[in-house]
Design a protein around this ligand. Sequence first.
Ligand code: SF4
Length: 482
Amino acid sequence: MTKFVTMDTSRDKFHDECGVFGFYNNDDFDIAAITHDALYGLQHRGQISAGMTVNDGGSFTTVKELGMISEVFTPQVMKKIPNGRASIGHVRYTASQSLDRAANQPLVLRYMKGSLAIASNGVISNFAEIRKELERGGSIFQSNSNAELMAYVIATNRCVTDSIEQAVLKSMNEMKGSYSTVICAPESLIAFRDIHGFRPLCLGKLKNSYIIASESCAIDTVGGEFVRDIEPGEMIVINDEGIKRYHQNNKSDVTSLCIFEFVYIARPDSEIDGVSVFTARLKAGELLYKEYPLDADMVCGVPDSGLIAAEGYSKASGLPLGMGFMKNKFITKNVGTGMEKKKRLMQTKLRALKSNVSGKRIIVIDDSIVRGMTSKHIVKLLRDAGAKEVHVLISSPPFIDECYFGTDIHDRSTLIANNMTVEEIREEICADSLGYLSIESLHKSVEGTSVSLCDGCFTSKYKAEVPTTFFVDKYANKIRNK
Ligand code: SF4
């Protein structure tokens, strides 16, 4: 059956490109059920497609489809997935190839050394160079996905190395950019994180079994115990002999975990590289009060990622925290195209709570402003509901530049802060006042991470090489235009 899926563009937000999961079954767990449940814990990282591969004695069963986890893994489908020794799972978000089924993951490759299933989160920044090289050698690709390219690189290297471990390490040295990846090989489960550590990846345990996940909340979801974060440049190999760790040989002095994971992308019940996402958001709210000590009748957050910063602001200021909005959680998609669709989706998804905001001076806190559409809509909702004043505070600095490392902001000209001053943005969104958290305070809010952080989209200073030929889309356009 053909499923048509449209993505939620109601909020002009950065989106991350995926969540990954892996399980090595040393007990007698129902591996499909565990993978399914854990993927629910990662659904916020991607809603375009979901998939899992189960390795049952070297035989791989893969189920993947466009749609949310509940749509892809129906009870009928779940019954057909065999139990196995290892599994990997994936949820995908992508701005551009949303309906491209070939980009769904896990991606399974059958080559001269056996089978390989791969699921990845991130973007290979030297994608175009590697792909051209492989194509010159006769490789044919079915999609523009990073995972497919990775699978080719690893399979090619496996043919000239003695083991899958060596092949992956060699590939990590060749691939630049961001990637937190899981692989199901015939006899092992492998997980690795790029040398800069842009995207999170962690290790957990459930009895004697091992878990790999993009975020610790997925480990908690299946009742597991968080063990540790996988280090930038580290590879973990789990098989019948136990667990082994390796490090990529070319070292980087500069790690670069995405700071925006703490602001918006990750779930608040996750801990990333030693810092709780919830605590970071709470602190950001407290620091917002230090920078903008406003007077008002109520503080509220824009659901969901503005709620915790609003709590922090309320705690620091003593101003009452209230509910300003009702979010319809059942709406994740709608039909139609273009601006009309976005407008309708915004209208149906979020409503202001008239009985709680009418006649009040409101401070409303959101995590970010990308294009400004959402903020303008939020201010209008509050005013239409009778708010006397609307002051907008943002728990991150203005976005001024592109992200090359795994989110979908590829064009700086679309960023409102790149085209307008803060005062002009305030006017544009019709707020009584507008304030952004400073970059210094944002860093303070995440103090204590075991790695250093990327803040490139806020500062235009990137700690990793910025690609010259970059995006998969641009590459695809080049192919089409030739
Ligand atoms: S550029 Fe921004 S969104 Fe991209 S990895 Fe760096 S901090 Fe994260």
